[in-house]
Write a protein that binds this ligand. Structure first.
Ligand SMILES: O=C(CO)COP(=O)(O)O
Length: 256
């Protein structure tokens, strides 16, 4: 069975090392021994190394919000996967809506980063999602199919199961409320079908699909209550460690 997984991104909201220490210390005390669920924290990039020190020895993994498309070389301003690995990072977030819209990240770039992450033995949180709410299921299928196929193009089939698909509809990020649970469930079903059509049923069953976009403790029980939703990718409404802990407990009570 797929192990539930919850990620939380601090984006560029929590940038002080002291504040990061304080928050992660609380989180480690609240949830750091849980084994039935995977937890990943994606701290603000300047706090990645100190965050790694706090998470070390707990059951909470470290993730990088972005990496350079190649291990080393002339990529000014980028974070190398070599550094992520050295400090114990296990996950890499790739293709977030903000990187696509603000930093103009292309599908080709997303493909390079995803491939590098998998070949280096780490686990990508591959973000996909439509820009506008879309009720036509065929159009949604085509959008997901294109994004997944181009991101995973040329990657060895053996590695595909290590991908975590983070379904984050652009239009639901940074809002007051998450997308409607029924809409989320339908999208996850479509993504599972896309994966089965591309890589076969067996592999599709092993890939975790999680939802992100204005998730809160209020919406969590409704979103998570579906077989094809394997976890959450939390933003602002989990930045308070107590809220994060509550969200995690709800997910565990339903999934574990
Ligand atoms: O983008 C997200 C996680 O990657 C979600 O962020 P918000 O929950 O703040 O909308």
């Amino acid at each position: 069975m797929r192990k539930p997984i919850v990620g939380i991104s601090y984006k560029t909201y929590i940038n002080s090392i002291q504040e990061t220490f304080k928050m992660l210390d609380q989180i480690v005390r609240l949830t750091g021994t849980e084994k039935k669920i995977e937890q990943v924290i994606f701290p603000s990039i300047g706090t990645l190394y100190p965050a790694a020190q706090v998470l070390k020895g707990s059951n909470i993994a470290l993730g990088a919000q972005n990496i350079s498309p190649e291990k080393n070389g002339p990529f000014t301003g980028e974070l190398s996967i070599e550094s992520v690995k050295e400090i114990g990072g296990r996950y890499v977030e790739i293709g977030h809506a903000e990187r696509k819209t603000i930093f103009k990240e292309s599908q080709e770039m997303i493909n390079k980063k995803t491939r590098l992450t998998l070949e280096e033995g780490l686990f990508p949180f591959l973000c996909i999602g439509e820009e506008e709410q879309e009720n036509n299921e065929d159009l949604l299928y085509n959008t997901f199919n294109f994004q997944i196929l181009s991101a995973l193009n040329g990657i060895h089939i053996e590695l595909i199961k290590n991908v975590i698909i983070a379904y984050e509809p652009f239009w639901a990020i940074g809002k007051s409320f998450a997308a409607d649970p029924e809409y989320i469930h339908k999208s996850h079903d479509i993504i599972r079908n896309v994966l089965a059509d591309l890589y076969g049923k067996e592999i599709s069953k092993q890939i975790r699909i999680i939802y992100g976009g204005s998730v809160s403790k209020v919406s969590t029980p409704f979103i998570i209550n579906n077989n094809n939703v394997d976890g959450l990718f939390i933003g602002r409404f989990g930045h308070n460690p107590k809220n994060y802990n509550e969200i995690l407990r709800i997910v565990m009570s339903i999934k574990c």
